[in-house]
Design a protein around this ligand. Structure first.
Ligand code: SF4
Length: 680
């Protein structure tokens, strides 16, 4: 029987010990001695959040399909256990074998939100793996990050050996194969990392040097290959002419920047220090790393036996991912831009998967997942199937992210308790003007019509989501949030009194706008805390001035956290110093308001010499080299520039279904609506 890493005494002392013992239903059991690669897959947050993540479930089952690989899971120990592990010097372990993470070949970390960055350091630290990649030893696991934050992983780049850019199903097998091959041939850690960087979607940050202008902006991003010194004897494939021209080239660039191995985190610039590599290996390091995507969603891996936890987790249900990408071009939305193009799973495939997953888990709820489920072309067929097939069998059907129209209201009234549930709209902007700026294709007329239909069908609670601090925002846009809420309340009272169910309740919530890389707003100025709070006050005061104020509620997000998120989202490598300092000061679980400590972060920002005006308030010039310019998501910079200009002139852009806007993603020859797509 496997021995638990934590003693009974410790397990009885900590909150929810089931977080640390594994052995859940569908957990994969293998003998670690019988595999060639051990992969620790980490979600750097508490177990209940990590266990709800579909991406990990996909990769867990996909990796474990291979006999030569054992993939296990790791989550962040909650602060109570964190303290005990430090006091008693217990290394972080994986749930399946309970073995220390440090014994693994890989530590893969999925990075879903910026506020988990200090938890990444917690995981490395508790695992006794050097925090900085350059300090790691030959036998340390290769630390690889994946997930949305890798679209600008620069603020955490010094902590990672590799980043995986794109959809996890595509290149991981190639990476594992290469690792096995390199291990068998005795290649060094650095040699493996150089070779890995030629795999599509794999980005090895240390192989790219970032130089800066005097004003702190990025001057250039240079691949190590430009600086390598090649010798005839070290590389049979290189002629002396090649060598001379390379040297000239090298001298020319080097005289400008004077780079040494230090600037590449200790990667030598002399090919002689890589006895198992040739010039060709370095030539394959791309100047820009393009994301990888699945092109046929019916032929891609999907977990049929997801893990079922013993304790309540955030998502206790079967999740059916129906499509990837989004046809709508909301200008603030990173997911809508980086997950392009739209690719759908077929109805038949989804039906089969739904049966298999419900059978293997015993879950009593099934939920759809996508960025905009209403845009799935066979939604009616899918929803009708789910309701008809499962409703009578004690399985609840949950339908998030549906647009409110007659069809969705009809379906929702079948699957939800109308009296208890709220309707949700995300107009994001309070006025039509600002909704045009952000290209949110939702008009007041549509919202009021949807709300009216819902009220007539028995709903009386509405939730509205908005953003404050959007580019070009005016006081009228802010007040528009209160006015729209009021109009919805008024619409309710247009219903004859005897048909109303009590009072209406309209809850408006505002988050603060955080510009993200690879969106048309990546160049935008972001507000600071005082500006945000001033804007929230304008909305709050206007809400109180409304006739139906008793039916209206208003709440807003933490401004401190949004500003920090802004720094981490668009930061460059210099920001890593600040994250490290914050961690050293004791920051972990920053995504949790109970643990978030703004004073410590402020100190870290100051000590690291971070200029918040530079990173937060400054509008970037469209010609500026951006910290994430070594990556290519397929959408062209020209498209982003066009969209940024259109936003400023309040011009809207059609969605992909109505008219292709030539965003550049056709390089993948995929996508339901894209010209030249091979998989329509
Ligand atoms: S190529 Fe056209 S249809 Fe495809 S995602 Fe881009 S804008 Fe939309």
């Amino acid at each position: 029987m496997r021995k638990l890493a934590l003693s009974d005494e410790i397990l009885l002392k900590v909150e929810k010990p089931a977080r640390y013992i594994g052995n859940e239903i569908n957990m994969v059991k293998k003998n670690p001695e019988n595999v060639e690669v051990r992969f620790a897959m980490c979600f750097p947050d508490v177990y209940e959040i990590g266990m709800s993540h579909l991406g990990i479930q996909i990769l867990y089952e996909m990796f474990n399909r291979r006999d030569d690989v054992y993939c296990e899971r790791v989550y962040s120990p909650w602060p109570d256990l964190d303290k005990i592990m430090r006091e008693e010097d217990i290394p972080l372990f994986a749930l399946e074998s309970q073995d220390p993470v440090k014994d693994f070949d890989f530590l893969g970390i999925t990075i879903q939100y910026e506020m988990c960055y200090t938890n990444i350091l917690q995981v490395l630290d508790l695992s006794k793996i050097a925090l900085l990649a350059k300090d790691r030893e030959e036998d340390d696991p290769i630390v690889i990050g994946g997930g949305p934050c890798t679209y600008n992983g620069e603020p955490i780049a010094p902590f990672f050996d590799l980043f995986y850019i794109g959809e996890g199903e595509v290149s991981h097998y190639a990476l594992l194969d290469l690792y096995k091959e390199c291990k068998a041939k005795g290649l060094s850690r650095k040699e493996f990392l150089v070779k890995a960087s030629s795999i599509p979607g794999i980005y090895a940050p240390a192989l790219y040097n970032i130089s800066y202008n005097e004003d702190g902006t990025v001057r250039s991003i240079n691949n190590i290959n430009k600086y390598m010194i090649y010798h005839n004897d070290a590389n049979a494939g290189t002629t002396s002419d090649d060598v001379n021209s390379l040297k000239e080239n090298k001298n020319e660039v080097s005289s400008n920047l004077k780079l040494s191995a230090e600037e590449f985190d200790g990667f030598s610039l002399d090919i002689k220090d890589y006895p198992n590599l040739t010039k060709e290996d370095f030539d394959k390091i791309p100047d820009k790393v393009r994301k990888v995507i699945e092109t046929n969603m019916d032929d891609t891996f999907y977990p049929t036996k997801p893990l079922v936890p013993y304790i309540k987790v955030t998502q206790d249900r079967v999740v059916l991912e129906i499509m990837r990408g989004c046809i709508r071009g909301c200008r603030f939305c990173q997911a809508g831009m980086v997950y392009r193009p739209v690719r759908e799973r077929s109805l038949e495939h989804l039906k089969k998967t739904a049966y298999e997953m419900l059978k293997s888990t015993g879950h009593e709820e099934i939920s759809l997942s996508s960025l905009s489920s209403s845009d799935y072309r066979d939604l009616e067929g899918l929803v009708t199937f789910l309701v008809d097939e499962f409703k009578g069998k004690g399985v609840n059907v949950s339908l998030p992210s549906l647009r409110i129209d007659a069809f969705s209201l009809d379906v929702m009234s079948k699957v939800q308790d109308v009296k208890k549930s709220s309707l949700t709209f995300a107009p994001e902007g309070g006025s039509q003007r600002i909704r045009d700026v952000i290209n949110k294709g939702l008009t007041e007329e549509v919202i009021l019509k949807g709300a009216g239909m819902a009220f007539e069908s028995g709903w009386n609670k509405v939730k509205l989501y908005f953003m404050l601090g959007l580019p070009t925002e005016t006081v009228d846009d802010m007040k528009g949030i209160a006015h729209l809420s009021e109009k919805i309340a008024e619409r309710y009272y247009e219903i004859p009194k005897d048909q109303r169910i009590g009072k209406v309740q309209v809850t408006a919530s505002t988050s603060f706008f955080v510009p993200k890389p690879f969106t048309p707003f990546q160049w935008a100025s972001m507000n600071r805390k005082e500006e945000f709070l001033g804007k929230a006050k304008i909305v709050n005061d206007e809400m109180k001035a409304m006739l139906n104020k008793k039916s209206l509620r208003y709440n807003w997000h933490e401004a401190d956290v949004s500003v920090l998120e802004g720094l981490l989202a668009r930061g460059d490598r210099k920001v890593a110093k600040c994250i490290l300092k914050a961690y050293e000061k004791g920051c972990i679980f920053d995504a949790w308001s109970d643990f978030y400590d703004n004073t410590r972060w402020d100190e870290a920002i100051e000590e690291a010499g971070i200029d918040m005006d530079f990173y937060i308030s400054r509008e970037r010039d469209v010609e500026e080299v951006l910290p994430w310019d070594m990556l290519d998501v397929g959408v062209s910079k020209e498209f982003y520039k066009r969209e940024w200009l259109k936003a400023k002139s309040e011009e809207i852009t059609n969605n992909c279904r109505d008219k292709c806007q030539g965003c550049g993603i056709t390089v993948f020859k995929s996508g339901v609506y894209c010209p030249g797509s091979l998989d329509k």
